[in-house]
Design a protein around this ligand. Structure first.
Ligand code: ZN
Length: 302
C-alpha cells in the first residue's frame, strides 16, 4: 500500500520565527466542487483508548502489519474543505489551541492556501468531540469562522446540550461534554440543525452514522454518478477499522452501534464505488478495497 502525499508549504516556514505551515493534502475535483483535505496536526492517544475492547490475540498481527504500537497512537487529523465558486464549506473545525499540543494546526493550512477563517461560508460538523469542534472559537472565545453558518445534526446537538450528558458520559469523557456544551452555546445563534437524508447544501447529503457519538453524521458529496463520502470518525482509523470493521472500538461511545454503522458504510461505499475522506485516515482521501474478510484503505493523491 503506497500513500502518496503532496505538501504545499507556500513558502512559509522559510524565515526564522515563522512556524512551518501545516500541510494541505492536495485532493480532488468532483464536478464544480474542489475538495481539499487540510491537516490540523495529529492526536496522541493511549493505545488502550482504541484497542481496549478488541480481541487481543487477533489484534497482534494487524498491529504488526501496520507497524503500530499497542501503547500509543498518533492519528492524523484531516479536515475536508469544499469550494464550488460560491461556497467555502469546512467539515469540522479542528481542535483549536486547548486540546492537545500536537493538534490545532488548521490555521497554518489555511495560510498555505491563502484562506482566512472569514472566507468560510459554512461549517458542517460530523460530531462534537474535541478534535472536531474545539476549534470553533478563537483565542477570545468568539466564533472563529465569524461569517459562517454552522450546521450540526439535530440528534448530536441535543445530546451535547443536554445537562444530563455530563453525568452519563463517564469520567473519561466528562471534559468532552463540558467543552462541547460551552462551544456549542457560544455559536448557538448561528446553528442550523439537520437530520438523516437531508441535502444540506447543493450536492451534500447527510447520512446518520450513529455510534461513535449518539448523533454522528457522514456526508455524501455527489456529482452525477460520482460520489465521495466524508465519514468523519464513523470509520476512525486506517488499520483495525478496515481490517475488522465489526470489532468494537474503545474510541466509539456506543461500540455495538458504531460497528454496525461501519459495516453499513463500507457496504455503501464499495457498492457505489465511492471514494472516502476520513478525519483520521492518512492524508484523508482514498478508496476502499476488499481484503480477506475486511477492507484496506488506499490513500490517494490528486
Ligand atoms: Zn476524531
Amino acid at each position: 500500500m503506497t500513500i502518496t502525499r503532496r505538501k504545499i508549504l507556500a513558502g512559509l516556514g522559510a524565515s526564522a520565527g515563522l512556524a512551518a505551515a501545516g500541510p494541505v493534502w492536495s485532493a480532488t475535483q468532483l464536478g464544480e466542487m474542489r475538495i481539499d483535505t487540510l491537516s490540523d496536526g495529529n492526536l496522541v492517544l493511549p493505545g488502550e483508548f482504541v484497542f481496549g475492547p478488541m480481541p487481543q490475540d487477533a489484534l497482534t498481527p494487524i498491529l504488526e502489519r501496520y507497524g503500530l504500537s499497542r501503547d500509543s497512537l498518533t492519528p492524523e487529523c484531516n479536515l475536508t474543505l469544499l469550494r464550488d465558486g460560491e461556497r467555502v464549506v469546512l467539515f469540522d473545525a479542528g481542535s483549536g489551541p486547548d486540546f492537545q499540543p500536537s493538534a490545532g494546526k488548521l490555521m497554518a493550512a489555511f495560510d498555505a492556501i491563502d484562506l482566512s477563517p472569514e472566507d468560510v461560508t459554512h461549517v458542517v460538523m460530523t460530531h462534537a468531540h474535541p478534535d472536531h469542534i474545539w476549534g470553533l472559537l478563537d483565542d477570545f472565545g468568539d466564533p472563529l469562522f465569524s461569517e459562517a453558518a454552522h450546521l450540526i445534526g439535530a440528534t448530536e446537538l441535543d445530546y451535547w446540550m443536554d445537562d444530563a450528558t455530563i453525568d452519563s458520559i463517564g469520567a473519561a469523557r466528562q471534559a468532552f461534554a463540558v467543552g462541547a456544551q460551552r462551544r456549542l452555546e457560544a455559536i448557538s445563534d448561528r446553528i442550523t440543525t439537520f437530520t438523516d437524508g437531508e441535502e444540506i447544501l447543493p450536492g451534500v447529503l447527510a447520512h446518520a452514522s450513529f455510534g461513535h457519538t449518539p448523533g454522528h453524521m457522514s456526508f455524501e458529496l455527489r456529482n452525477g454518478s460520482e460520489g465521495l463520502m466524508v465519514v468523519g470518525d464513523a470509520i476512525g482509523n486506517h488499520h483495525v477499522a478496515f481490517a475488522q470493521p465489526g470489532w468494537p472500538s474503545g474510541s466509539d461511545q456506543d461500540a455495538e452501534t458504531a460497528a454496525a454503522t461501519r459495516l453499513a458504510l463500507f457496504d455503501r461505499i464499495t457498492a457505489d464505488d465511492m471514494r472516502l475522506i476520513g478525519f483520521h485516515l492518512p492524508g484523508g482521501l482514498g478508496r476502499v478495497d476488499r481484503q480477506g474478510d475486511g477492507y484496506v484503505f488506499i490513500g490517494e493523491d490528486a
